[in-house]
Every structure is written in C-alpha cells, then in structure tokens.
Design a protein around this ligand. Structure first.
Ligand SMILES: [Fe+2]
Ligand SMILES: [Fe+2]
Length: 184
C-alpha cells in the first residue's frame, strides 16, 4: 500500500519509495495531515472574514473547512479499510492575518496549487506500485483539485476587479454567503 507524500515510516524507520510495498502495517499518512492543515487554514480565513464584517466570505470559508475535514477522513478511511494504520501528526499554525480579501484568496489559490502537486505525487506513487485501489481513490482527489483551483481562481480574479471597500465588495459577500454545503 502506498499512501504517503514522501515520508513513510514503519515504527521509527523511514522508508524510501522503493520500500513502499513492504509497508502495509505501519503507515503514517502525511496527506491526512495536509488535508487537516487545509481545513485549519480555511478556518483561519473564516475567522479573518468574521473580523472584518464579511459574513458571506466567512460562510464560504467555513464550508471549505468542512470539505477539507471530509477529505482527511476519506484518506483516513481508505487506510483503515485496507488494514493500514494512521498516525496523526502535529498541524502547523496557519496564517492568522491577511492584507485584504484579495490577498486571502490569492493565498487560498497558491495553497490549492501546492495540494494538487502533493496529490499528483501520491498518484504517481500509486501507479509505480500498481496500487489500483489507491489509484481509484486518488482519482477523486485529482478531479476535486481541478474544482478547488477553479473556484479559488475565479473568486480571486473577480475580487481583483472590486475596490477594497464599497458596494461591489458587499455584493460579493452576499454572493459567497449563498454558497450551499456540498456532501464533499
Ligand atoms: Fe482537500
Ligand atoms: Fe471542494
């Protein structure tokens, strides 16, 4: 079973990609942490939006937080469904302040691009290992990343057209506040 970004451990022993096929029992799944970090980052962005009185933006970011926790759980379940073991790791503190809503969405987009790279790397490992179950599971994440990058980029581009204060920003707030929760 493959399931780590780059550091996979059995006990305290770190393994290289080449050793992955030996690792079913002792997996430390770095991507679970990455998804939880994403959740934490979006919650921090939601807090920032609450603080500057943009409840619609805050709502959008809160839904994103829920999505990311679901991503972490999808990976978590995959590992346990296949007899592996998840060892949860410490999550870093996300940024707590942003220059503006535009700056915040630019950071969200940059972050999603980074996550896409991690998912692609995992997928590459699953192909190398002929791990078909992991490939199927990761295909969902590959499509999800296309969606995540599209959403963040679209809002970022729109926000760049909007002055930092004024009616247009409040209209964006209303629009983002109407986002409905999705199952994933
Ligand atoms: Fe995610
Ligand atoms: Fe999503």
């Amino acid at each position: 079973m493959i399931l780590v970004r780059e550091h996979l451990f059995v006990g305290e022993q770190r393994l290289d990609d080449a050793d992955l096929r030996l690792t079913s029992p002792g997996i430390r799944l770095a991507q679970v942490k990455e998804e939880l970090y994403s959740a934490y980052l979006y919650l921090s962005m939601s807090a920032y939006c609450e603080g500057i009185n943009l409840p619609g933006f805050a709502h959008w970011m809160r839904l994103q937080f829920h999505e990311e926790t679901n991503h972490a759980l999808k990976l978590f379940d995959h590992v346990y469904n296949r007899g592996g073991k998840v060892i949860l790791q410490a999550i870093e503190q996300p940024p707590v302040d942003f220059r503006s809503p535009v700056d915040m969405f630019q950071q969200a987009l940059d972050h999603e691009k980074k996550v896409t790279g991690l998912i692609n790397h995992l997928y590459g490992l699953a192909v190398k290992e002929s791990d078909y179950a992991a490939q199927t599971m990761l295909q969902w994440f590959v499509s999800e990343q296309v969606e995540e990058e599209k959403n963040a980029s679209q809002i970022w581009e729109q926000l760049k057209m909007v002055p930092e204060k004024g009616a247009a920003l409040l209209m964006m707030d209303k629009h983002l506040g109407s986002r409905a929760a999705s199952a994933e």
